[in-house]
Ligand binder design. Structure first.
Ligand code: FAD
Ligand code: NAD
Length: 471
């Protein structure tokens, strides 16, 4: 890029937030540059997050199913052997296909892509240290900060991505650890615990709170999830805090204690996964050069139009407020470009689905029962178990349920919570219902194909009036 040319939009970070904004800006006819230092586009999600983890979740589930869940279905397999190297290659194929796909979309939409690390020099100028050596500067009328997040470290435990790993190391282990200890029973902890437990590890999850699932999961669903995952062999130590850890050769040990205080014990394993959350990432961005401050959790402070206190510098994705989810980042990316281009945009923060890709999957949208209780909002509950759903029965996968929360007066849907096979796909129906302000009766009167798992969704809506047909 030449120093003289001022772009309509310069984006720092080519993760989901940054790359989606870049494509959208290109579509809107803006001159746009995206700076990314990783060497590939797609950020955490495509390179070391959503995509590689889902590849491992899918293939480890298949392996586990062949080993433990095929004989009674009439499939006898002589020998099933794990080839971890090949499983990792399959993961890498998915990742590289998608990251290259984004690069193609950049070309298609006229986005300039600079591989390097961006630092604010002044309010309109970004200095880029190029990955290939040397540096350049880029100027922007508008600048978008989309630098994402990084793992929150655990004090006293040095992450080496071999013995003490973050999710990045956990998706790239070269052998199945005999024992795996997971600190944090949130989404990353449970997805990774599932992968390695299916591949043969003895997994223990240590969670500080009394329930697993991380923030947002309905408590009733979280309890059921824990029961089901426990049946799969994962050991849970909830209400337990980690006091400290030490690495001794090939063994990592953790000292843990009841969160309320009690008798400390020592747990050891070949690998410890630190999964206690992620924190905004702004290192090296040079925010101090433009006098920009962060909030107490390190987030870039923005207004409802994604503006920082310097109005032409905006910010979206994991590095600012809200849930750290790829689809939330994507919605914001489109909205922020609309704000810049047209002056208005839209994200409905009350209607962002969450999915945990364990087996069965757990998915939800809207408010949980504990949210409603806390806010003093009246609600009616309708539940329907998959054990009463014909498709779940034919598939021999009957664990789980659909739970619907609706306003007792208006019947408007307030929240949908699903644990069950394909919950992550089914939640799209709940999200659409919530976005359109549907009532539970609207859903109950909508014809659903038979036999499908989605019939459980319809019946949960009927159950909010106590009128499910099959239960
Ligand atoms: P990021 O994806 O972190 O991208 C930011 C990019 O900016 C990075 O590539 C970084 O290299 C670059 N960058 C930073 N600073 C600079 C700089 N100064 N100059 C140049 N480049 C810079 N979410 C889901 O919705 N579904 C899932 O299934 C899911 N699974 C996940 C699994 C794991 C293991 C993890 C860790 C996360 C997962 N997430 C998932 C969360 C999801 O990855 C994030 O919400 C999403 O990536 C946020 O996008 P972002 O663009 O804001 O940030
Ligand atoms: P999280 O916030 O979901 O869960 C962290 C868990 O660790 C919580 O349950 C918390 O109580 C526990 N914890 C915190 N400190 C602890 C301590 N000292 N000892 C024991 N437990 C402790 O965070 P995460 O699982 O690390 O995930 C990070 C982010 O990535 C989340 O925002 C998540 O939404 C996102 N992500 C999403 C998906 C998905 O959408 N499927 C998958 C992976 C990650």
């Amino acid at each position: 890029a030449s120093e003289a040319e001022e772009k309509d939009l310069v984006i720092i970070g080519g993760g989901v937030a940054g790359y989606v904004a870049a494509i959208k800006a290109g579509q809107e006819g803006m001159k746009v540059t995206c700076i990314e230092k990783r060497g590939t586009l797609g950020g955490t999600c495509l390179n070391v997050g959503c995509i590689p983890s889902k590849s491992l979740l899918n293939n480890s589930h298949l392996y586990h199913q062949i080993l433990h869940d095929s004989k009674h279905r009439g499939i006898e397999v002589k020998e099933a052997k794990l080839n971890l190297t090949q499983m990792m290659k399959a993961k890498e194929t998915s990742v590289s296909g998608l990251t290259k796909g984004v690069e193609f979309l950049f070309k298609k939409n006229g986005v300039e892509y600079i591989k390097g690390a961006g630092t604010f020099q002044d309010e309109h100028t970004i200095k880029v240290e190029l990955n290939d050596g040397g540096e350049t500067t880029v100027k922007g009328k508008n600048i978008l900060i989309a630098t994402g997040s990084e793992v929150t470290p655990f004090p006293g435990l040095q992450i080496d991505e071999k013995r003490v790993v973050s999710s990045t190391g956990a998706i790239a282990l070269t052998e199945v650890p005999e024992k795996l200890l997971v600190i944090g029973g949130g989404i990353i902890g449970l997805e990774m615990a599932s992968v390695w437990s299916r591949l043969g590890s003895k997994v223990t999850v240590v969670e500080f709170l009394d329930q697993i699932g991380g923030p947002g999961m309905d408590l009733e669903i979280a309890k059921q999830t824990q029961k089901i995952l426990k049946k799969q062999g994962i050991v849970f130590k909830t209400g337990t805090k980690v006091l400290g850890g030490a690495q001794n050769g090939d063994i990592v040990s953790l000292e843990v204690d009841s969160a309320k205080g009690g008798k400390a014990e020592t747990l050891d394993a070949a690998v410890v996964l630190v999964a206690i959350g992620r924190r905004p990432y702004t290192a090296g961005l040079g925010l101090e050069n433009i006098g920009m401050e962060l909030d107490e959790r390190g987030r870039v402070i923005i207004d409802s139009e994604y503006r920082t206190k310097i109005p032409h510098i905006r910010c979206v994705g994991d590095v600012t407020f809200g849930p750290m989810l790829a689809h939330k980042a994507e919605e914001e990316a489109v909205a922020v470009v609309e704000y810049i281009k047209k002056g208005y945009g839209h994200v409905n923060y009350g209607c962002i689905p969450s999915v945990m890709y364990t087996f069965p999957e757990v998915a939800w949208v809207g408010q949980s029962e504990q949210d409603l209780k806390k806010a003093g909002i009246a609600y009616r509950v309708g539940t329907f178990p998959f054990s009463a759903n014909s498709r779940a029965k034919t598939n021999l996968d009957t664990d789980g349920m659909v739970k619907m929360l609706a306003d007792p007066e208006t019947d408007r849907i307030l929240g949908v919570h699903i644990i069950g096979p394909n919950a992550g796909e089914m939640i799209a129906e709940g999200t659409l219902a919530l976005e359109y302000g549907a009532s539970s009766e609207d859903i109950a009167r909508t014809c659903h194909a038979h036999p499908t798992l989605a019939e459980a969704f319809k019946e949960a809506a009927m159950a909010t009036h106590g009128k499910a047909i099959h239960f």
